[in-house]
Ligand binder design. Structure first.
Ligand code: ADP
Length: 710
């Protein structure tokens, strides 16, 4: 087309030289048009072989692994890899033409394709086609038949059927061979490619087929089903091109590239061999072995999973056992600790009861037996009194702690002047402290005046302060003790500071526990049951407060407690703490027990009261009727003839104003309630603390108007 158009343009140009001026311009236009037209055609014409981007038509048929179409219909194989590499280097475009082998051979002859890969050299073929000088591979023919078949040579195929690929090297060789073997009767069936021959063998249509040795490397080949035998006729495999200048030119260019590829280690050629021939060297594993291996692997996985699960379970079990062991150990330690504490407590209590008892009994005996001088006698009596007080404190503490344990604590708020309380305790403990050579004083830091008047439970406040100060005196041998209190936010903080033996930090918490003491019982130098602080702590907690200690061993301690600050704004009748003279006021003491009566009598008479005794309830009612001068009744609840409740009820029928204070058994809340219901104004729990008794008497006498505030 290009040439034709060029000739036309040339003719038109010649015409224009001969023609007129008008014609000249017309012809020039036509020439210009045709030039442009020609140019357009020249741009679209495909490049010829030898030109850049030329199209290379490549014949391809199914002969794995040398050249074939894979499952995605992509051309693959050793010849294709090399072909692509050469096309890249030579700047050629590939177009694949797929067909049966005999057809492709024909197409190459007629020049319909430019290249046919994978062609074995024969003299005949060399005369029909241009073969590349350089072969790509060397192969030979093999007879493929079922595994275990007796076919080893072509002679074994007598009276049998043999498949060959039409026009293949195997086909040609077979024909040549059979020409000289007249006795050999082999039935030959022709096929277009190896896959169909393989199919024929499998279906039993043929007994064997001929193919080159590379068939072993194809995916079709199954070593478990067929084997190759009778190898013969080695031959080289080449690229083939059509005869003529064009084919020779291509052959020359291919040879150059094949030579380079074959002489360069690691080139596309070697990589391709490695890729397509490697599977052959993979060890053949029979199907039963494969299944066995799969079963073993599965078994192994199951065993491993079972092991892992078992291990996990064992770990969990061990963990939970360890935890329960720890818990057991902790509870064992707790039990042992509890046991130890119980033993220590019993030892301590027994010591705390026996020691004063010994003192009391021993000195009473001495008092009875000897003819003693006045001073020694007084000393003995002092010791007996002290021992009695100590005994009483221990019993009181035990009762109090068991009351706390049963949860029968109640809080009774009244108006209390803390300044007066602290001043009272300062003067009360001073003699005891100075006897030990210690100075005891109220700090300047204490709440004064109206600010010191608060609402709180007086008995509990007394209990806590008494314990703190008693301990301070007990555990201090030299130096000083100071009391004080201050307001901190909405709390009122009390403290007792001493320069005594101090407490190690590790005991700061334990000393507030029941029966706990900072020192070991056996080496203790101090008396005490170890209950005081735990009672104080229970009191503080009942008042919604907090208790703590700051201390340093051998330097001293400061015990604190803080309670909610509830100031009383208005001037209220104040708590009387100072001891005062009974001034001959008559008190009816309804008490059947002789010892108790003597105790109260002694105590009250010492304070200046006059005592009238009633030994039962009936007597009490009668005495009251006969003695209107009696200002107050101390009424025991448990009495013969008429109990305290009934006696009170009867007295209330004719005297509604006289203060009656019941003495109930310790901790019996029910009795207290009953006493108030019967008409009592207040109650006291036995054993009675003499400070509390005197304060209560005073309070009710002042209320009634029998006494004036002092
Ligand atoms: P105890 O009857 O043994 O004094 P407490 O409960 O009152 O019982 O005190 C518990 C322990 O706290 C005491 O045994 C003592 O070891 C320690 N303790 C209490 N107060 C003081 C203090 N002021 N100085 C040193 N140790 C103290």
């Amino acid at each position: 087309m290009y040439l034709k158009q060029a000739n036309l343009a040339e003719n038109q140009r010649r015409e224009s030289v001969r023609g007129s001026g008008f014609m000249t311009s017309l012809i020039f236009s036509i020439w210009l048009f045709s030039s442009v037209f020609n140019l357009g055609y020249a741009a679209e014409a495909p490049p010829k072989i030898g030109e850049s981007g030329a199209l290379l038509r490549v014949g391809i048929y199914d002969n794995p692994p040398l050249n074939f179409f894979d499952s995605a219909n992509e051309p693959k194989g050793i010849f294709i890899d090399v072909l692509k590499c050469i096309a890249d280097h030579e700047d050629l475009q590939i177009e694949y033409v797929s067909d049966d082998w005999p057809v492709l051979l024909e197409k190459l002859k007629t020049g319909e394709i430019d290249v046919l890969p994978d062609i074995a050299y024969t003299v005949v073929r060399d005369s029909i086609y241009t073969l590349s000088e350089m072969p790509l591979l060397t192969s030979w023919i093999e007879i493929y038949s079922h595994i275990g078949s007796s076919i080893q040579t072509l002679d074994d195929l007598n009276h049998r059927r043999l498949a060959v690929m039409k026009n293949s090297i195997e086909h040609q060789h077979l024909n040549g061979y059979l020409l000289h073997q007249e006795d050999l009767a082999i039935e030959i069936l022709e096929f277009p490619d190896v896959s169909s021959m393989y199919g024929a063998l499998n279906s039993g249509r043929v007994d064997a087929f001929l193919a080159d040795r590379f068939f072993r490397y194809s995916k079709i080949f199954e070593e478990s089903k067929i084997s190759g035998a009778g190898t013969f006729l080695p031959f080289n495999l080449h690229f083939a091109f059509p005869k003529g200048q064009h084919g020779e030119q291509l052959g020359f260019r291919f040879d150059k590239q094949i030579s380079t590829l074959r002489n360069t280690p690691g080139s596309v050629y070697f990589k391709s061999l490695d890729r397509w021939l490697r599977n052959y060297f993979e060890p053949y594993i029979p199907a039963y072995l494969k299944n066995l291996i799969i079963i073993l692997v599965l078994l192994l996985i199951v065993v491993l999973i079972t092991l892992a699960v078992a291990r996990y379970q064992v770990n969990m079990k061990t963990k939970s056992l360890r935890l329960s062991n720890q818990a057991l150990l902790i509870s064992k330690e707790k039990a042992e600790e509890g046991d130890r504490l119980k033993t220590a407590f019993l030892q301590n209590i027994s010591h705390e009861i026996r020691t004063p008892m010994n003192g009391i009994l021993g000195f009473i005996q001495l008092l009875q037996e000897s003819d003693l001088e006045g001073e020694t006698r007084d000393e003995f009596i002092r010791i007996i009194t002290q021992s009695g007080e100590r005994l009483m404190k221990t019993v009181n503490d035990i009762i109090e702690i068991s009351r706390i344990e049963t949860g029968s604590q109640e809080v009774k708020y009244s108006v209390v002047n803390t300044q007066e309380v602290l001043t009272y305790y300062e003067s009360f403990f001073q003699p005891q402290a100075s006897k030990k050579g210690i100075e005891l004083s109220l700090d300047d830091r204490h709440v004064r005046g109206q600010q010191a008047v608060i609402q709180t439970d007086r008995i509990k406040l007394d209990g806590i302060l008494l314990n703190f100060i008693n301990n301070a005196v007990k555990y201090t041998d030299k130096g000083e003790i100071a009391l004080g209190n201050y307001i901190e936010g909405d709390r009122l903080v009390f403290y007792v500071r001493d320069t005594g033996i101090g407490i190690a930090r590790e005991h700061f918490e334990a000393i507030f526990d029941r029966f706990r003491q900072a020192e070991d019982q056996l080496i203790r130098n101090y008396e005490g049951a170890g209950l005081g602080l735990s009672i104080a702590k229970a009191y503080v907690e009942a008042l919604n407060g907090e208790i703590w200690v700051e201390s340093e061993k051998r330097k001293g301690s400061t015990f604190y407690f803080a309670i909610p600050y509830r100031p009383v704004k208005k001037e209220q009748p104040r708590e009387i703490v100072k001891h005062w003279d009974g001034n001959g006021i008559q008190i009816l003491l309804a008490e059947d027990d002789e010892a108790n009566f003597l105790y109260y009598k002694f105590l009250l008479m010492k304070e200046g009261y006059q005592i009238v005794r009633a030994s039962d309830g009936e007597q009490a009612v009668r005495i009251m009727k006969e003695n209107p001068g009696i200002a107050l009744i101390l009424m025991d609840i448990k009495m013969p003839v008429l109990d305290g409740f009934e006696a009170t009820r009867q007295i209330r029928q004719f005297n509604s104003t006289i203060p009656i204070i019941a003495q109930t058994a310790y901790g019996f809340v029910r009795d207290k309630k009953k006493a108030i219901e019967a008409g009592c104004n207040d109650y006291l729990s036995k054993p009675v603390d003499h400070h509390v008794l005197l304060r209560l008497l005073e309070e009710h006498l002042v209320k009634k108007g029998s006494k004036q505030i002092q």
